[in-house]
Design a protein around this ligand. Structure first.
Ligand SMILES: [Zn+2]
Length: 398
């Protein structure tokens, strides 16, 4: 028998609605948007409601078996036959003419678009949730977050629109099984957090950058140590988890450490602390800052945008002896990256000291190529110690 085409499979599925076939095997009743009942494969009790038919996806699932799939898979499992035999039982393959093929293709497309819309709706709902969190946050000055930054030798601009403070924020990690036997996100920690707002290229709020902080409660006699990043442990493995998280969409978005409508000079770095360290150094040196904006991009990929390809790392190898791949120095121009205001004549890109060196250098070069324009000077500064950009700035000015 020749290979069965995707159109022929769709045709078999279309001729055999999942609800009809499943109902021939077991007694189903409607519950929410689904049909539930005893599993025709494992016989799971009706009350457990673990056998479900989801008509809109033409699929079934049994949490006890545990198995699931399309109507063909159901017949295979219930009848104990193979894939080909299941198709025969469902009326077999039939010749598909061009008109039927087109119809099937359009049906597939309709379903794909519906799925995409669902995920776009989900992302938009998540963005709105995060925006509510952002609106509930406090100004950052005189908070635990401000003290955390002070403890690292950083100052905050008087007007710092992109950073706020949340007295308590949940930290979600992994899944748990809720009382109805469903997977749900698991909160493993809650505590104070510094939060940054990602602003999308269209000017709208995109998502949050979160840094959880610990609070050391001791009498306020001037000896209290500065807050640090919180140590958050995975309750199962004991593994130390990242105290920073980015949620929502950060693609092409930035955190405004210092905002300016039409900056002549723009400083962009990966992390909030890196960018603040440069602002602090310039501020303390009494530099002219009126024509400047300072942005944090969240990570290197967002700062530099997508590469046109990946290339071999000059020295690093994978465990199998093959060279490691890193994104190249040339941008994929289909990805716009960050939208740099036209007013920017001098763009200063900050390379963090904590990422892998070659990866960082390539990303900086990629960013410089991407954001190059007529009459714009682009400087790349690397922080050898991770935080002290002061000397580099002096050198750049000399
Ligand atoms: Zn079952």
């Amino acid at each position: 028998m020749a290979r069965i085409t995707e159109d022929e499979l769709d045709d078999v599925r279309a001729r055999n609605p999942i609800a009809d076939i499943a109902s021939g095997y077991t007694k189903l009743r409607r519950a929410g948007g689904k049909l539930v009942g005893p599993c025709p494969i494992c016989g799971g009790r009706a009350s457990s409601q673990r056998f479900e038919v989801i008509e809109k996806d033409s699929s079934w699932v049994c949490a006890v078996c545990p198995d699931g799939g399309d109507v063909i898979r159901l017949v295979e499992k219930v009848e104990g036959c193979d894939f080909r035999a299941a198709i025969e039982r469902l009326g077999g393959r039939t010749a598909i003419d061009a008109a039927r093929a087109k119809e099937l293709f359009e049906e597939r497309e309709r379903k794909r678009l519906a799925r995409e819309k669902t995920s776009a709706d989900y992302r938009e709902a998540e963005r709105k949730r995060l925006f509510r969190t952002w609106k509930s946050a406090m100004p950052i000055h005189d908070t635990v977050a401000a003290r955390y930054l002070e403890g690292r030798g950083l100052e905050l601009p008087v007007h710092c629109p992109g950073l706020r403070f949340l007295p308590t924020m949940s930290y979600w990690h992994g899944d748990m099984i809720d009382e109805r036997g469903r997977k749900a996100p698991r909160q493993i920690y809650a505590g104070p957090a510094m939060c940054g707002a990602f602003i999308r290229p269209d000017g709208k709020f995109g998502g949050l950058h979160l840094t959880w902080l610990n609070v050391i409660t001791s009498p306020d006699d001037g000896t209290a140590p500065a807050p640090m990043k919180a140590e958050i442990l995975d309750p199962d493995s004991g593994e130390v988890l990242n105290s920073k998280k980015m949620r929502g969409s950060k693609t092409g978005a930035y955190i405004a450490i210092v905002m300016h409508d039409a900056p002549r000079r723009l400083v962009i770095g990966e992390g909030i602390e890196t960018v603040l360290s440069v602002w602090t150094a310039m501020h303390q040196a009494g530099r002219e800052l009126d024509d400047m904006a300072f942005w944090a991009a969240g990570d290197l990929g967002n700062l530099a945008g997508r590469a046109n390809k990946t290339i071999s790392h000059p020295t690093l190898k994978r465990p199998n002896g093959q060279p490691q791949k890193v994104p190249d120095r040339f941008p994929d121009l289909d990805d716009a990256g960050l939208s740099i205001p036209d007013s920017v004549e001098e763009l200063i890109l900050l390379g963090d000291g904590d990422s892998e060196q070659v990866l960082t250098e390539y990303a900086m070069e990629r960013a410089a190529r991407r954001y190059a324009s007529q009459g714009r000077v682009i400087r790349i500064a690397f922080a050898p110690s991770g935080l002290d950009f002061n000397d580099l700035l002096k050198a750049a000015a000399a």
